[in-house]
Design a binder for this molecule. Structure first.
Ligand SMILES: Cc1cc2nc3c(=O)[nH]c(=O)nc-3n(C[C@H](O)[C@H](O)[C@H](O)COP(=O)(O)O)c2cc1C
Length: 332
């Protein structure tokens, strides 16, 4: 293995791993483990931290590890190091992520890179790693400006993913969608708007395809509405965005994780708050429904609410992190 380039010192490796641990993760599981050897830092997942009930195929576990990878990249950039990253090198079994193998083969290898100071954008993201937090308090019922959604889209695209903003009609359609309501309950509509959406009712009567009271259509046999309800005039709510990938292989999920981290840090750097919408990403049917709304052929990986905190919110305690000694093994 090449060890040319600028190699971080053992102390720097420990710092990088500790800073990578500030990444968001599914239910704060922090399902990563790092192995450090000369000139390389390998990211593994710890399959024992898989939340099988809500994440049976490890999709969100991989997203979490991807987020840690992005934070590690930034931690190296903070030390003027530009790392070379390889995803899933030579890993058999990654086509369908055999969780046994996932614990034995690296998800990513970071190799010694060149020396280069961070640019302005990277410096802002590095600073944001120290203040980013998942704040679940209600947001102001107002969207973020287009400059912010543009910055978040750029962040997603820089990591090989896409980001789509749900229109008011998309959100209104989801708010009366039986799959969404069955999984999420009506409270998420309040979460999105600051006040419950009252368009239409969750009626199951009527003929599929006929206009209902909301101006959309009655649901068909599986609850799908073929029309789009009209959102009430003047409705204001935080922005809702969906992060997606063109394919859904493990490597795409790792890319999505890096995009998740970059998006959340970009929002933080712009003074906005972004967080996953409820537990929407736990339910495949919801991700599919959002994909249909967006008329996308890709795979929705996460759905975020982006906005500004309401005045008077209480300070949020940072989630605790696993100690570095528990997540880092020095191999040579
Ligand atoms: C893949 C993934 C899924 C997540 N799902 C949710 C969720 O459904 N609801 C939620 O409130 N937070 C969710 N989060 C945020 C985590 O709960 C949060 O990152 C973790 O508790 C650590 O806290 P922190 O983000 O403040 O550092 C998710 C994060 C990731 C990476």
């Amino acid at each position: 293995m090449s060890t040319t380039g600028v190699v971080p010192s053992p102390e720097q490796i420990e710092e990088v791993v500790a800073e990578a641990a500030l990444a968001p993760s599914i239910h704060d599981t922090q399902p990563w483990h790092w192995f450090a050897g000369t000139g390389r830092l390998e990211l593994f997942t710890d399959p024992s931290l898989l939340l099988g009930a809500i994440d049976p195929d490890g999709r969100q576990l991989l997203i979490s590890c991807g987020a840690a990878l992005y934070h590690a990249r930034l931690a190296l950039r903070a030390r003027d190091l530009l790392p070379a990253v390889t995803l899933l090198p030579d890993g058999p079994g990654y086509a369908d992520l055999d969780m046994d193998l996932a614990g034995r083969e690296p998800l990513a290898t970071i190799r010694a890179g060149t020396a280069r100071p961070p640019d302005t954008e990277e410096r802002a993201l590095i600073a944001a790693t120290r203040s980013r937090i998942t704040d679940r308090q209600p947001l102001r019922p107002a969207p973020v400006p287009a400059t912010i959604t543009a910055a978040l889209t750029k962040a997603a695209e820089a990591e090989g993913c896409w980001l789509a903003t749900l229109s008011a009609a998309d959100v209104a359609a989801l708010s009366v969608d039986s799959v969404w309501l069955g999984a999420m309950g009506r409270h998420t509509a309040a979460d999105w708007t600051g006040a419950p959406i009252t368009i239409g009712t969750h009626a199951t009567t009527g003929t599929a395809g006929t206009p209902d009271a909301a101006g959309g259509t009655a649901p068909d046999a599986v609850g799908r509405r073929t029309g789009v309800p009209t959102p009430p005039a003047g409705l204001r709510r935080p922005t809702v965005v969906a992060l997606g990938t063109d394919a859904d292989r493990p490597v795409d999920r790792l890319a999505a994780g890096q995009a998740v981290a970059r998006i959340l840090l970009t929002a933080t750097a712009h003074g906005a708050a972004a967080r996953p919408v409820g537990h929407a990403e736990d339910i495949d049917a919801i991700r599919v429904r959002v994909r249909e709304l967006l008329r996308s052929t890709g795979h929705v990986q996460m759905i975020f609410l982006v906005g500004y905190p309401l005045p008077g919110g209480r300070p949020v305690e940072p989630a605790s992190r696993r100690p570095t000694a528990e997540i880092l093994t020095i191999v040579d």
